[in-house]
Design a protein around this ligand. Sequence first.
Ligand code: HXC
Ligand code: NAP
Length: 296
Amino acid sequence: MSAPQLSSMLPKDTFSSRVVIVTGGGSGLGRAMSTELGRLGAKVVITSRKLEKLEATAAEISEETGAEVLPLACDVAQADQVDAMVAAVLDKYGKIDSLVNNAAGNFIAPTERLSARAFGVILDIVLKGTAHCTLAVGKHWLKDEQATGRSILNIATTYASTGSGYVVPSACAKAGVVAMTRSLAVEWGNRGIRINAIAPGPFPTKGAWERLLPGDLVEQFSMDQRVPLGRVGDPRELANLAAYLLSDYAAYINGEVVTMDGGEWLQGAGEFNMLKAIPPKMWDMLEAQVRAANKK
Ligand code: HXC
Ligand code: NAP
């Protein structure tokens, strides 16, 4: 099964004259969101630790969409680098309209194998990184509470709510990101700032799959089988949702965490969902057994 080949769902000028920062915009889902925002007219600032990668991605997105894309090196775990990045964006464009907190670090490991630094490095990137960017941009925005169209989108995960073994620092950090989303949606909602999140299920990007399904794990644990829709996500599907949530079309959506996982987490959660494995022809026999039990 494959994703439908869809074009942009929003009008071409949805983000024209808007400036959007996408952290971790040089690869994977960040790149897909940056491309879609560029296609819809935004000036996109893509940031991460590796400038060379960002420069190559920026050139490719500009070529594909015609958008202005500004690559800026910034380690989100370092508050001073985030402040400098935000200052550089304001210096160049004079304003920021939206922020996508997408940068993340993650790897699989039995939790007892983690050092304190290994745990901390994930919290620093995911939770503190999101806080650093949100604070830097939010403090600037709150100098003018009358401005409109300002929104933040945080990229969480489905296991931020359920928890997950083997990625415990990431689960803790993403849960914090969801708490931040809901808290600030209320605190800043009447001051011209909306904050939402997407909780993606499996989208096989290079960055995620190399660290979460290394070697032949990818064949051993087929992600397609975990999803009721029978397939993984296409980054363009997530990019369309991200663009919508950031745009004025979603002006009454605030504090929402939208799951996009093809129904994956529900399949894992439902007590009897394992019965999907029963072949249809067995149901006559099972029904007879249950009915017989009712008569006893
Ligand atoms: C145990 C490990 C480890 C491993 C690193 N460490 N890998 N411990 N098992 N596999 C430990 C190191 O020994 C070190 O601790 C500490 O973690 C930091 O490691 P560094 O390599 O020094 O860190 P750094 O160079 O900053 O790299 C950060 C990183 C790396 C997070 C470890 O993976 C990275 O750069 N990731 C960025 C991209 C990414 O992760 N993308 C995937 C996002 S997917 P000590 O004590 O030895 O110093 C996602 C959700 C997907 O988030 C959900 C799918 C459904
Ligand atoms: P990815 O390509 O590895 O994206 C992570 C990005 O974060 C990279 O561009 C990386 O760039 C950047 N980054 C890492 N550490 C950083 C730091 N300290 N400062 C600034 N940037 C940093 O993986 P992805 O799959 O697209 O992940 C994107 C987002 O989706 C993440 O928030 C992830 O948790 C979330 N997510 C993904 C999936 C999935 O199935 N793919 C599922 C659920 C959630 P540099 O290395 O250049 O810094």
